[in-house]
Design a protein around this ligand. Sequence first.
Ligand SMILES: Nc1ncnc2c1ncn2[C@@H]1O[C@H](COP(=O)(O)OP(=O)(O)O)[C@@H](O)[C@H]1O
Ligand SMILES: [Mg+2]
Length: 241
Amino acid sequence: MEMLNVTNITASYGRKQVLFDTSLSIKDGERVLLIGPNGAGKSTLLKVIAGLVTHTGGNIEYSGHDISSWTTHRRITSGIGYLLQTENIVPGLTVNENLRLGGYSLKPEILRTRLDEVLEIFGFLKEKLQNRAGLLSGGERQALAISMVLMKRPSLLLLDEPSAGLSPKAASDVLEHVKIAQDVMGIRAVCMVEHNLKLSLQWASKVIVLVGGRTVHVSDTPEKYLVHPQELEKFFFGELR
Ligand SMILES: Nc1ncnc2c1ncn2[C@@H]1O[C@H](COP(=O)(O)OP(=O)(O)O)[C@@H](O)[C@H]1O
Ligand SMILES: [Mg+2]
């Protein structure tokens, strides 16, 4: 079943149009990898789904509902989890406070259970609960940021470059934990923006290439690009034509 159906989305920042008839559909069980050059509109597309950027045309259907007019809050409480590309933790607060912020609207007893669940996945955060988040390593920060999103146990998880700027080891750790979280928390579908193709192609069940605000390629067999990821990057240069 289609969980998310984004069709013919147009979106702009002021007069600058960024998305042009962009479509994306995510089925239950899918792990979608969204790639494309810088400025392609990947983050904007995720923001449109999360309700942080208002689209000027097209439709967004989630679990059979037209959610176009829904607030971000309603989308999040209805199961859409969204990890921002940057500034996704509060550095001045402790790890514990950040996690509680992630679960801000949960009832106290659910918050406690969820906290345990998340710390079961990211065990290394347990001993850092009282540390200031700003003092964590890059990998730990991303783990915390993802944990904050997981506090709401989303059905559909949108991740914007979770491993950006991390060492290869930390990047592969982050992806490994995303997989574990998916299984343990029963997350039904994930859409991830990633530049590390070698890593993320092993994870994905579908790959979508966005160039200049348009979907230029979709493949349900991402593993075929594992040996030659540059075959996918070829699509990036379509914008020069
Ligand atoms: N808040 C903003 N205001 C104005 N322009 C923006 C804003 N955010 C992004 N843009 C522009 O929109 C385009 C797409 O950006 P973005 O969605 O961040 O791309 P990507 O995530 O694929 O790198 C870029 O040209 C970027 O400069
Ligand atoms: Mg981006």
